[in-house]
Design a protein around this ligand. Sequence first.
Ligand SMILES: [Zn+2]
Length: 144
Amino acid sequence: MPCPSCGKPTNVTDKRNEGFRIKRRRKCSICQMRFVTYEYLDSTKFKIVKKNGDIEKYSRDKLKRGILMAVYKRGIDEHMVNDIVDVIEVEIFTRKNHALTTSVLGSLVLTQLRKIDIVAFIRFASVYENYTSIEQFIYKINNL
Ligand SMILES: [Zn+2]
């Protein structure tokens, strides 16, 4: 990568894999300018397999909207929701399998929500999973 200041080639001084992105510290060998670059995983290759078998592209916005609905009026701000989505993305983007079922994705969200707010957790669970009985729901909670 050329130096943004003088255009000469730069050296990577540090490389860190942060799961969903790779961070590189770079230094120009000519003007000594230091800067950082991020390389993000391409989320467009991740697919979600729905219960009826339909496949759609993974969408961070859609996932975030679902969580925002669950945390509505629970004192959890968008910043916290972004953090939850980041944690989930690290989990799914580092998988070898690029197709994920809605129930696996739902479980990942539930695992995070359970740590922060039980009401949001129950709301999300009742929307995401089609429970036909309270026993089924309790079984699910106990097995997370
Ligand atoms: Zn330079």
